[in-house]
Design a protein around this ligand. Sequence first.
Ligand code: 5GP
Length: 201
Amino acid sequence: MEELNPLLGDLEEVLLHEDEIKKRVKELGEQIACDYRGKELVVVGILKGALVFMADLVRHLSIPVIIDFVAISSYGAATKSSGAVRILKDLDAPIENKHVLIVEDIIDTGLTLSYLAENLRARKPLSVKICTLLDKPDRRKIDIRPDYNGFQIPDKFVVGYGLDYSEKYRNLPCVAVLKPHIYQNQGRKGSLPNGYDNGNK
Ligand code: 5GP
């Protein structure tokens, strides 16, 4: 396998395998399609982390949807305390009087999503709901709960299926924890974000 994909050699532990992700994303898509049947739905993906999940999820939505994206400032200083993240790319179209489903890769502290959901609610949509692939409830700083959730995972920094470390590993088909030397090799710049140690001191 590692010969096929050299990235696999960097993984300490696979938390979610490709097949179980596929199965769960299909279930989520079917549930969402059922809940929004007959309604006008705008699916808003958060770049770049939600890209892979979004692409798979929308293909299980057997209802007409409009797809849009926002890009917000990445994981780091701005999101740590206030959640007041910068919108780098806004929606292409207004969402007034539309149902909105935000698609996110992972909810961690909840600060990013609570800021974004608030920002979108101010535009007078009919509803705003949240669909996340992964949820790390242990790290929550704000009481925000996804309406649709793929998997709850432990308090570890993960990569793959859209999630990156230093912009790499997004293209892994699974969700995994990296070997500790990957971070160490990168020196100070490469340390884990936001106080993670993944249990590897
Ligand atoms: P929150 O504002 O909920 O703390 O953070 C949400 C964002 O932080 C996610 O969209 C994601 O970009 C990043 N993030 C949180 N946990 C992880 C993780 O375990 N791995 C990666 N790659 N990014 C994470």
